[in-house]
Ligand binder design. Sequence first.
Ligand code: TRP
Length: 338
Amino acid sequence: MASTSLPRALSGIQPTSASFHLGNYIGALRQWVALQETHEVFYFLADLHSLTLEPPLPADLTYRSRSAAAQLIAAGVNPERSAIFLQSHVGGHTQLSWVLECLTGYGEAQRMTQFKDKMARGAAVSLGLLTYPTLQAADILIYQANHVPVGEDQRQHVELTRNLAQRFNARYGETFVVPDVYITKEAAKILDLQDPSAKMSKSLPEAGTLNLLDDPSALAKKIKRAVTDTETEIRYDPATKPGVSNLLAILAAVTDRSVPALEAEFSGQGYGALKNAVADAVVAFAEPFNSRVAELMADPAEIDRILARGAEQAQPVAAATVTDVYERVGFVPPLGRR
Ligand code: TRP
């Protein structure tokens, strides 16, 4: 891995479905790829977190974890320079999480927006859903990360992480780097194609979600059926034209162009032309992405080797933090370590 004088970036994503969607890519993964140029990076699949709602079937979790790793690599995370690993392979995350749980107020955890939203949906709620953000804080603090590239929905969890780092540091002495959330303006929030008042999400009906591993013809069809508005003008205005603005944001991200340049290009053209351009651009991205994922998934043993190498890079960093924290807290060090 690169020299340690670079700032550190850390992020995780849950392997909760068979395919990441375009919102995951534009909102987070693209930043992960870019940060490899400027940071020492640690990226992991939050398989522990993926048990916090209805736990997946074991075979599905196994498959999705490998598929998620393949998708990170196909998206441009380079395992030769970046540590890619599974959260469950590095025991320190849960060892640190316990200590942080004991520094987190019950009410503080209950006030997390994601927790409240999921509670409100009424499903059976596990204790893990409540402590989810403290595990996330442990994920971040254990690597002494400077920057945490995430989507907007994770901002509050990084805020909590900062608070816990400061709380620990104040009580036990400087231990943790206080991390900053890293959200660029390019990390646009991509909306559901059928309901552009909602974020694109795997929990909404299929028709509004562009899964990266969808068949390209299915992607094009979904884009052509995207909800727009009753006007005809192609203009970026998320408040009054969320559907059209969303299509412009997708096109801008996937083609690396600016929204104003696209508005100029499409001025005077109809929504059909915009949708065709978005469909072409998304398919041009998805086709090579799909073949790369298929190639990687044809050799799961190689994926496991990549994940093992990633865990080997992460492990000593994590273990050093846990040792330091456990000593500061006052746990008697195990004999072998003295
Ligand atoms: N909670 C994040 C999500 O659902 C995933 C995650 C787990 C994460 N641990 C993390 C993200 C640490 C950033 C840092 O998207």
